[in-house]
Ligand binder design. Sequence first.
Ligand code: ZN
Ligand code: ZN
Length: 287
Amino acid sequence: MPPTCSTKKCTRISRWLCDCCQQNLCLRHLNEHNALLISQLYPLTDEINVLGNCLNTLDIQKIIDNNREKLEQWRQDCYKAIDCLFEQKCQELHQLVNEKIGQQRKEVNQVQLKITKLFNAQEANRQDIELLISTIRQLETKMNKLEETCCTINTRPLIIDDALISIKNMTEYELDLSTLSPISRTIACPKNSIGLLTGNDQYLLKHQKPNLCLFDREMNVVKQTLWPYDAINDMCWSSALDRFIVLTENNIFLINENTMSIDNVDTIEERDWGSCTCSDTVLDRID
Ligand SMILES: [Zn+2]
Ligand SMILES: [Zn+2]
């Protein structure tokens, strides 16, 4: 006897296996199942049309503008860095020229003083006159050359590396550990150094017993200062204060990256500071 349709109470002969429910059905019930499937297409059409329209109304310019802001910020920061170096070099130049002119003025004054003395005494010998003439000639030559030989400025063009900015296609929720760059440099730590590390635009700050050290991009120690205080619980950079913040159990210290001076700014015996972090305006401490 041929098998009957799997639908309840249907006695017709089953003809095909329905691929949605994996049951053997008669032609009529197979058609019903098919119609049910077709009916599910309508809401799907609506949904995909909504997504399509959404794409049409998406403000592409806004997405670009939002991301462009970050590029713009980078540009402003770079301009600032160039302006800062320019100002610093202008000051150096100013100081150097003033020092040279000052030195020259001093020498002129000395000769003037000598002549006045000879006048006042109303006594000068041939040797005095010859010495004065030679000194004045020397001064004259120096002064004539002053404009050209005061200082020389050598500059190198700024080489801009394309890799300073990378724009990556971001996939949602993706964390691809294989994109982590390989180890480029390592720092050897003396025994009992504290393993914390923090940094700003220029330097990394690290405790290398018995010192606090600043490392440059090549991982060379560029500055260091003795750290005679307690064990460090945490460190961070504060751009608002322009200082590194170092936290020990009861104290907060500020480290000046230029002078490496250490200032204790807060001592609270009854609290134990655990860790810290900074925003542009606020220091958060967790105790
Ligand atoms: Zn079915
Ligand atoms: Zn049937």
